[in-house]
Ligand binder design. Structure first.
Ligand code: FA5
Length: 338
């Protein structure tokens, strides 16, 4: 039924007030009807007052009829009042233009680094690598010593380090890890080969920022250890990954380089299409000293490792010219990846 329609139910008293309420054309008219029956000098009020003068038997017959009538009138008045209120509301929004285009909700988007990280996981996942994490606050031991970089080794100059205030109850010096390579040792201490892991995370370096250097950036660490892991396997994995990641033709260049935790070591450059050569990662065969610091017996295992800048991958893939944009917190950066 339309709003305000009064339904006379069979069980309700067919009181004459109900028809008047239905006919009331305004809130004022409705109020007048209500007062005529239920007001202080209303007719139903008067009848209810007279109940006390009736005999017990009469009261038992008339009483329920009067209270039922009172309730029916109150309900009808309330329903009619609701009808007036909603009619008023409809009048107020009558100029509503339902054909006007709506306001589209703004959809969020993932940060380009998140998207790149997911692609990296997909590619290495398909090559049966397991993903592991390591702490960002690292000890001097795992970040340097266990990786064959003793205190007096000149290679320590390669990483400008954020040192942390030493904890009172810990002799060990703590730092913000300068690379993800400490994860290699942490994982090997707990696991026996053969193994294949990738660790993606934040690293920190105390250096001046420019378009290609941040103080805080992401690295992808890879490690595979078995009886006969070889350079050929390393090349196969790296090239397989980049071909999938860049979805097409990629050229590779390997340049001899030095990292104390690999031997031999090299840098990998890639070229996409006819673009320039870009340095994307350090890599090499795991140094036996790293195996021994992880508790493996010298000469028993062979492994390869690589460390790649996550930000650089994102920049190359999406033509981002300044790494600092990735950490600017500017939503316009992410919005372009919707
Ligand atoms: C390392 O950090 C080695 N741990 C990599 C490695 C792992 C070598 C395993 C061998 C075996 P390097 O300092 O070159 O190496 O950094 C690796 C990558 O991180 C670089 O190729 C670059 O892509 C990225 N990178 C380095 N410094 C910055 C920086 N300040 N901002 C952004 N990306 C950086």
């Amino acid at each position: 039924p339309a709003p305000g329609t009064i339904i006379f139910m069979a069980s309700r008293p067919n009181h004459p007030a109900l028809a008047e309420i239905a006919k009331a054309g305004s809130p004022a008219a409705l109020e007048a009807v209500r007062l005529a029956y239920l007001g202080r000098s209303g007719s139903l009020t008067a009848e209810l007052k007279q109940l006390k003068d009736l005999s017990e038997a009469q009261r038992r017959v008339v009483g329920p009829k009067l209270t039922a009538a009172k309730r029916a009138i109150e309900e009808a008045v309330a329903a009619r009042a609701l009808h007036f209120a909603s009619a008023e509301r409809i009048a107020r929004v009558e100029d509503l233009d339902l054909s006007r285009p709506g306001v589209a909700p703004r959809r969020g988007s993932h940060h380009p680094l998140t998207l790149v990280e997911r692609e990296v996981r997909k590619a290495f996942g398909s090559m049966n690598f397991t993903f592991v994490d390591g702490p960002e606050v690292e000890s001097e031991h795992y970040n340097f010593d266990a990786l064959n970089i003793p205190a007096d080794h000149p290679a320590r100059d390669m990483w400008d380090t954020f040192w942390l205030e030493p904890l009172k109850d810990r002799a060990e010096r703590l730092l913000l890890r300068t690379h993800t390579s400490p994860v290699q040792v942490r994982f090997m201490e707990e696991n026996e080969p053969p193994l294949r892991i990738v660790s993606i995370g934040r690293v920190f370096r105390y250096e001046a920022t420019d378009a290609t250097h941040e103080v805080n950036f992401g690295q992808i660490e890879g490690l595979a250890v078995s009886r006969e892991a070889s350079l050929t396997d390393l090349k196969g994995v790296i090239e397989g990954f980049f071909r999938e990641f860049f979805d097409g033709s990629v050229d590779f260049r390997y340049r001899a380089s030095y990292f104390p935790f690999v031997e031999p070591g090299f840098e990998v450059d890639v070229r996409i299409g006819r673009g320039p050569w870009l340095e994307v990662m350090g890599a090499g065969m795991v140094h036996q000293h790293v195996f021994t610091s992880a508790g493996y017996k010298k000469g028993e295992w062979q492994g390869f490792a690589f460390g790649c800048g996550l930000d650089r991958l994102a920049m190359i893939k999406h033509g981002i010219t300044d790494v600092r944009l990735l950490y600017s917190g500017d939503p316009r950066v992410s919005r372009q990846f919707n």
